[in-house]
Structures are given as structure tokens and as C-alpha cells.
Design a protein around this ligand. Structure first.
Ligand code: G4P
Ligand code: NA
Ligand code: NA
Length: 195
């Protein structure tokens, strides 16, 4: 997605060889116009599939996931990271997600009220690094008996192992920007073949 790549080049900051800061449009301040286009693009990339719900993980996945849900005309569900007050006393499915970036494990949860065996779920997230968040969301969906249609990622760090893990597990991944390298303070994208 050309507009997203331009935004990353113009506004992104390389914090290290592994971390890209995009807090001016995605992770802190959010650009609603860009999010709208991101939602439309995901809806277009998955247009041949039946999707009944969009699922993300709080908090930074919510903006792009909401716009995708709007474009598809289906509800958005965001998995919660901590035992929230509103999740108490509900029947939930949970999964453990280990973050290499943060070196911590979070329990994530979704109420069974909102995902059931008839659902066909599209997962959306802001970043794909090692794939642990997406795999955790997949484990949640599978406990409900619903089907995972695919995974849509705003920014994929292609030099990390997430995409490979998801594809090896049989899941369809669509990323709107694929970063090949952040070495030497340079943002390099994967070259996509233009057909
Ligand atoms: P993984 O799910 O692919 O294995 O990634 P990892 O655990 O390493 O990522 C942990 C958190 O860091 C996630 O946010 C993820 O979106 C974010 N992250 C990973 N790499 C980058 C990066 O290069 N730049 C930025 N800006 N974020 C990155 P989170 O903890 O869920 O936080 P939230 O922002 O959703 O609240
Ligand atoms: Na994040
Ligand atoms: Na995230």
C-alpha cells in the first residue's frame, strides 16, 4: 500500500535495528484518514471470503481493525489483555502471549458471547514481529470452534519470524507494508513484484 509506505518513510523513526516508531499515526496519535484507507484495503484483499467478525488485540490494533470491520460491515472484537472488570463473570476463552519485544507474558481473553462456532474471523493487527500475538488470537478463536479466515497486518517486519510461523501453520497473511530491514537507520521495504 503505497500511501502507507510513504507515511512510514516520512513519519516513522528507526529506534533500533528491530524497532520502528510510528506513534504519530498508528501507536499513539492516530490518523483517521489513513486508517479508513487501511480498512478499505484489508476489506478489498479479503473480498472473496466470507467474514463475520474482525478480531484484534488491544490497544494499537483497534484503530485499523475498526475501520476494516466498518468496510466489511461486521462487528469488531478486541481481545483484552488483563482481567478487566467487564470480563469478570463472563464465560471467556484465554491464551498466553509471550512478547519477545517486551519480555513479558500476557493473558489475553475474549468472551464466548461474542465469538461462536459459526463465526468466520479475520484477525487484524498493527505490527507483525514474531507472530505471538496473532498466534494467541488464533488459539482463542480455535477454542470457540470458529474459523480463522486470515491475518491482516498493517506493518510486517519481514526480517522477523512472524509471517513464516503463521504461513507454516497454514494461515493466509496479508501485510500492507513489509519491512525488509531497519539497519543503518534506513527503512527498506520488501520489493513487491508489479504484475
Ligand atoms: P509479536 O506479537 O509479533 O510476537 O510481537 P511482539 O510480542 O514482539 O510485540 C509486542 C508489542 O510490541 C506489540 O504491541 C507489538 O505491536 C509491538 N511491536 C513489535 N514490534 C514493533 C515495532 O517495530 N514498532 C512498534 N511501534 N511496535 C512494535 P503491544 O504490546 O500489544 O502494545 P499496544 O501498542 O497494542 O498496546
Ligand atoms: Na503495538
Ligand atoms: Na499490537
Amino acid at each position: 500500500m503505497e500511501k502507507l509506505k510513504q507515511k512510514i518513510l516520512n513519519d516513522g523513526r528507526v529506534l533500533s535495528e528491530n524497532v520502528l516508531k510510528v506513534d504519530s499515526f498508528l501507536n499513539h496519535q492516530v490518523d483517521p484518514f489513513l486508517m479508513k484507507e487501511i480498512g478499505d484495503e484489508f476489506a478489498n484483499r479479503f473480498k472473496n471470503q466470507v467474514i463475520t467478525k474482525v478480531l484484534t488485540l488491544e490497544s494499537s490494533g483497534i484503530a485499523p481493525a475498526l475501520m476494516t470491520a466498518l468496510a466489511l460491515g461486521v462487528p469488531l472484537i478486541f481481545a483484552r489483555k488483563k482481567n478487566s472488570l467487564t470480563l469478570q463473570n463472563q464465560d471467556v476463552v484465554t491464551a498466553e502471549v509471550f512478547s519477545y519485544t517486551k519480555q513479558e507474558t500476557n493473558t489475553i481473553a475474549v468472551s464466548k458471547k461474542f465469538v461462536n462456532a459459526n463465526d468466520k474471523v479475520l484477525i487484524i493487527d498493527d505490527f507483525l514481529a514474531n507472530g505471538e500475538a496473532s498466534l494467541g488470537l488464533i488459539r482463542l478463536i480455535e477454542q470457540t470452534g470458529a474459523e480463522v479466515i486470515g491475518v491482516g497486518i498493517v506493518i510486517e517486519k519481514s526480517f522477523q519470524i512472524g509471517r513464516e510461523k503463521l504461513e507454516n501453520a497454514g494461515y493466509h497473511v496479508e501485510s500492507l507494508a513489509r519491512i525488509l530491514s531497519l539497519k543503518n537507520q534506513q527503512i527498506q521495504f520488501v520489493t513487491e513484484e508489479v504484475l
